[in-house]
Design a protein. Sequence first.
Lengths: 232, 293
Amino acid sequence: MTPPKIKIESLDFYYNTHQILSNINETIPENAITSIIGPSGAGKSTFLSLFNRLWETTPGARVEGRIQARFSDSFMDINDPKLSVIQLRRAVGMVFQMPNPLPMSIFNNVAFPLKLAGITEKETVQNRVTTAIKACGLWPEVKDRLDKKATTLSGGQQQRLCMARALVMEPEILLLDEPTSSLDPRSGAMIEELMVQLKPRCTLIMVSHQPDQVERIADQVIDFTPGSESCR
Amino acid sequence: MNRSFFQQKRDRNETAARALLFMSALVCCLLVVLILGFMVVTGLPLFGQNQAMDLLTGAWSPHNGGYGIAPMIFGTLWISFLSVVISFPMSLGCAAYICVLGPHGKATVMKRCVQMMTGIPTIIYGFVGVFLLVPLIRNTAGTGSGMCILSASLVLAVLIAPTMILFFIQSFDRVPRSWLDAVDALGGSRVQKLVYVVLPACVKGIVTGTVLSFGRALGDTLVALMIAGNAIQKPDSLLDSARTLTAHIALVSAADFESMEFKSIFLCGAVLYLITALVILGARLIERRGTHE
């Protein structure tokens, strides 16, 4: 097993007074695919949102315990108030269940994180966007229509575009919330293949409802099913 | 014999209720048309003695038989336009803070405040304007009574702000959640979210809200009546006193029923009606085209 990338210690999560997660202790290995499984409502997506602190956008949400992630060889507490959530989210990419391209062109969608980060040098932007789109195997399909609206793409293409958008910042951790559940099997297979290809440069954490998918690509499984071994 | 389960049941009550509701709807619609017709018909005698254009563009001098309402049209447009110009940045900022920039708790409290503002009677705004703003403007400007276009526009700006803010909020809230999540997850700040995603998606909603608020400003009577000074003149500066069409109608309707002055206010009513109707129609047209993709 590769060295740990993230260490979670006695973690509790609440929405107002309702406890969603209780006393979670896990280690997530680097350059591997960790799959989170379990029934609906078990807190899988919530668990995923801990790593980029996206839960903070939900009013009444509260976390206790420690999550340490290793960036540039030293572990830091993700929930440390001194850690910039904006910097964190640039290092931890996320792909959602439903493809969510923004209402702009294909090119601008992938360039958008660079714009947010203040990277404006034209050649750099051009290169990084092209590299990210190529990495997602989307280049042949979109190279002639980069200025077209992203919504003109099919669902599977949109999801790969969203992956390209997440990858353009070269994140060390990539979160995926049921990334293939809204796609046809062929598009789903392409995403899976892509995830496996990403392992050498990324730590992937994926929520999945598909046992066969977990079987195929996951290196580690965290099971949220009540009563299961790794359920807290 | 049992009625079949699927047999259509002719319910007399249902028919009666439908008829009643249809009548209510019909009365409302007819009223809109009838009121305009009424104003045009009652204003017609004026056209017999003067040229129509004189009425719309000429000066108001009843002693010389001049019933031109141009000063009032100018006064109305000046005060309404200026109030929108003042209110727009304030309202946009407020809506942006409530929907995008501010923390949830604070934003909720502010939204409740804005909602409460819509319920405050206009007279309160006028009252506060007369006793607080007018003296301030008078002392600051150093000339005039303080009852001027600027004072009226400032108060009117506060009056129309809730309309604008709530409309903007409604528009901002329609931005798909998935877009906002995308910006959050990509490490965008709140300001970036506002500037790059929310505002571009809401341009049409913002324009519609602004135009509707302009319509609201056009129709308001009390603020201008209490604060603008009511002088019948074409205003040259913001510190000039002016009279709006609405204030004119309110003031003249106290005059003799048979006088020509009295008849002229129906023309004022018709003009006001038309301007407001055009503004609202314009806003609705923009809105219809402005749905999110």
